[in-house]
Design a protein around this ligand. Structure first.
Ligand code: ATP
Ligand code: MG
Length: 451
């Protein structure tokens, strides 16, 4: 077996021996350990890094485990039947164990002209080659392999650059991450402006970790946020959708949203909502806030949350604004409603992508708001049996809680759901509209209305 000292870059680390840190193997997923052992048995170096180490040190349960290694993606794949190389710009390996995926990345360095080398060639293999050769390959900044110390420096925050190994069970700190964990602060590695310019999503990550861990953002890390928020413009809507989901489903959406607003970052994720909240009524702004609180509560109770509900809430102020604008136009209310839902969703797609299955469901939640206005037995039963009823009902309750006056509609539906057949019949009878044009109907029975 190799000794740790053979790994280039290791001399740059502060090494914390097993007796001096709190990580034990019991806190690590058995699958992540399997990956470490197998890589190690094949004479590679492998470490748990990122959220897995950070969260254990904080006494939290990690969401997932990421592994960093000096093995190339191809070398990793050869060792695991269940491994798949993904990513075009930078290859990473996903090793699947049932529902758990362990993500394995090869140590890599940050962009630096000196390091620009051919794709697929790990630096440890080409060190010593002449410059003509090293310039020959395709230059893709993300595809630069590096040593472990460089791998640490290209990570985003110091608390995310701690490495744990099952060789001697040591913890490695290259950037003062342990100190920042103790100080409860998010500190970016390197020059903040430069690092945000390299990847503007790091600004969102700063907010996410600050909200999730209840950490302050260190002064220099925080300073450029307002001024550089506009850089998010250059990020693809697909990536921003992924980040938005992480921001909103991390268990502290309410705090996250407030921080996003504070640093102007929210305007680059939800511009239409932000504008509508500013112009619109306080009730729909309140609905957004309550929906985020609701999301956090549901996650705390291990209940599922759907992006469709989140977007239905976030875009509610936008929808309301469109509806208000259409009121002065000579347009059928149903058509106006459809146009407004379409406009609200389309405007958001300039900022974050939203997969179709979610936009369809968001629209259903909105449409059901109208249908929840009980007409008669048939309409009540049809809305009650709709697959999206529960989400629509939850949404209705939020609207009322936010201050919309809906004449006790939420309570009616609560009673209806809890009631037995007799109570339901009474509830329906109490609200069913009297039949119109009785005389004509006795001659020609309308197919659209049932008793
Ligand atoms: P969690 O999984 O709990 O959300 P995490 O820190 O593990 O948090 P991941 O997105 O899983 O976050 O990323 C794993 C690690 O990869 C991070 O801890 C960080 O070291 C590095 N990383 C991720 N995204 C970036 C980025 N945009 N810039 C630099 N490093 C990053
Ligand atoms: Mg992670």
């Amino acid at each position: 077996m190799n000794s740790n000292l053979e790994l280039p870059g290791l001399d740059k680390a502060t090494v914390i021996s097993r007796d001096n840190h709190s990580i034990s193997r019991k806190q690590i997923s058995p699958n992540a350990l399997k990956v470490l052992y197998r890589l190690s048995d094949a004479d590679f170096h492998a470490y748990i890094v990122g959220g897995g180490v950070r969260d254990i040190l904080l006494g939290n349960k990690p969401k997932d485990f990421d592994v960093a290694t000096d093995a190339t993606p191809e070398e990793v794949r050869k060792l695991f039947k269940n491994a798949r190389i993904i990513g075009r710009r930078f290859k990473i390996v996903h090793i699947r164990f049932g529902r758990e995926i362990i993500e394995v990345t090869t140590f890599r360095a940050n962009h630096n002209p000196e390091n620009e080398i051919a794709d697929h060639v790990p630096r440890r293999q080409i060190k010593g080659l002449d410059s003509a050769h090293s310039k020959s390959g395709m230059i893709l900044r993300d595809n630069v392999y590096g040593d472990i110390d460089e791998d640490a420096l290209r990570r985003d925050f110091t608390i995310n650059a701690l490495y744990y190994t099952t060789r001697n069970f040591e913890l490695l700190d290259f950037c003062g991450g342990l100190d920042d964990l103790a100080k409860k602060q998010i500190r970016i590695i390197g020059d903040p402006e430069e690092r945000y310019k390299e990847d503007p999503v790091r600004m969102l990550r700063a907010i996410r970790f600050s909200a999730k861990l209840n950490f302050d953002i260190e002064a220099n890390t925080k300073k450029p946020l307002n001024d550089l928020a506009y850089l998010l413009d250059s990020i693809s809507p697909a990536r921003l959708f992924d980040e938005t989901l992480k921001l909103m489903t991390g268990g502290c959406a309410q705090r996250t949203f407030a921080l996003l607003c504070e640093y102007q970052l929210g305007s680059y994720l939800f511009a239409p909502s932000m504008e509508a909240i500013e112009q619109g009524d306080s009730i729909s702004a309140k609905l957004v806030d309550l929906a985020l609180r609701n999301t956090d509560q549901r996650l705390a109770e291990n209940k599922s949350v759907t992006p469709a509900f989140l977007f239905a809430a976030l875009l509610w102020p936008v929808l309301k604004l469109h509806l208000a604008a259409s009121r002065n136009q000579d347009i059928h209310p149903q058509q106006a409603f459809q146009q407004a839902t379409q406009a609200a969703l389309t405007e958001q797609l300039d900022y974050t992508a939203i997969p179709k299955r979610f936009t369809v469901a968001s629209r259903e939640i909105w449409e059901l708001q109208n249908r929840l206005q009980r007409q008669n037995r048939r309409s009540i039963e049809s809305v009650f049996n709709h697959p999206r009823f529960r989400a629509a009902y939850d949404f209705l309750l939020l609207r009322e809680e936010a201050g919309e006056e809906l004449g006790g509609l939420g309570q009616w539906w609560t009673d209806f759901q809890n009631g037995d057949t007799k109570l339901r019949t009474e509830l329906i009878a109490a609200v069913s509209k009297p039949k119109k044009r009785r005389r004509r109907r006795s001659k020609r029975k309308s197919p659209g209305v049932s008793e």
